[in-house]
Design a protein. Structure first.
Length: 321
């Protein structure tokens, strides 16, 4: 039985997982969705209640019936031939998504994670509500495009507020990468709220934190790594200065572990990276959960066996022994 990996071509964690699976003599078929339809082809027939056929590249083929599990690791978008109009390209993209995606969705295999489950789990307001419903502590949060609501919310926050994006925090504008890190809003920010009305914004109470932790869940295994920031910039958003961070494995408190397991069940996930703040009273406060969250640098720094757990899950083809 084969593990199908859908991932971008230049992705070192995927390379590592492929090597580990190959070392265990588990067949792997790796492709990027950007290969379809020019470098990846699909033939599938539905007869007698099942789908048969396969996926093929110029050098390899995998039979649909041989797929045991699918690791959907943020593949690139379909790439169509040059010369198509925008209307033709949009039509082709929809048909590819519903056709190729539909066949794969119909297979009786383990997904890590199913793209529809990941798409649902991207919504930060849904994440917060789900976490609270799973008995995880969640900071007060505002979603608005009204300046007066920002003023009111900030006035109620005992330690001030932070602003953060709902989606990826980087954009490329005129060839320049720009990153919007989480930031604390000061008096100058709150005095000039022009532009708030143009889209939705997310504000949260600032947590007076001791440190943070990333909790990575792989199937039925839970791994915790403490992230400790050693300057003010990284203390607000640790992504802003990786050189100012140190890491150590940490035991996830039982109530938090129970909550993240319920969260995974509720949203139908097999993999997620949870981010928590640990406040001065040692309370773990949920911030977000990323279904494509990175883990490799934490594994390298702490020897936490996340890759091994992922390989076990994909090779096994089901969540539990």
């Amino acid at each position: 039985m084969t593990v199908l990996i859908l991932a971008q071509e230049a992705d070192s964690p995927t390379d590592h997982i492929v090597l580990e699976l190959t070392g265990r003599s588990v067949p792997v078929f790796r492709a990027d969705l950007s290969w379809f339809p020019q470098r990846l082809s699909l033939t599938a027939e539905f007869r007698d209640g099942t789908w048969s056929g396969g996926l093929s590249t110029a050098t390899r083929t995998v039979e649909l019936s041989e797929i045991r599990s699918i690791w959907y690791r943020d593949p690139a978008a379909f790439r169509f031939p040059d010369g198509m109009t925008d209307v033709e390209r949009a039509h082709a993209h929809r048909e590819a998504r519903l056709g190729l995606g539909g066949v794969l969705a119909a297979l009786p295999v383990l997904w890590v994670n199913h793209p529809n489950r990941s798409a649902d789990a991207m919504y930060k307001p849904l994440q917060l509500a789900t976490a609270a419903g799973c008995a995880l502590a969640v900071p007060p949060t505002l979603v608005t495009n009204e300046a007066r609501a920002v003023t009111r919310f900030a006035g109620m926050a005992p330690h001030g507020v932070v602003g953060k994006t709902f989606g990826p925090n980087s954009v490329t504008e005129q060839g320049v990468l720009k990153v919007a890190y989480t930031r604390r809003l000061d008096a100058n920010d709150l005095d000039d709220l022009r532009g708030v009305d143009v889209t939705a914004h997310q504000l949260q109470d600032w947590v007076d934190k001791d440190h943070e932790a990333r909790v990575v869940v792989v199937g039925d295994q839970v791994f915790g790594v403490a992230i400790r920031a050693h300057n003010d910039r990284a203390r607000v958003d640790w992504r802003a200065d990786f050189d100012a961070l140190t890491y150590d494995p940490v035991t996830v408190p039982a109530p938090v572990e129970k909550g993240v397991r319920r969260y995974m069940q509720t949203l139908g996930l097999q993999y997620a990276a949870f981010d928590f703040c640990i406040d001065r009273n040692r309370q773990w406060i949920f911030l977000e959960a990323n279904t494509a969250g990175q883990y490799a640098w934490l594994e390298a720094a702490t020897d936490t066996p996340i890759s091994a757990a992922l390989v076990d899950l994909l090779a096994r083809g089901h969540a539990h022994d």
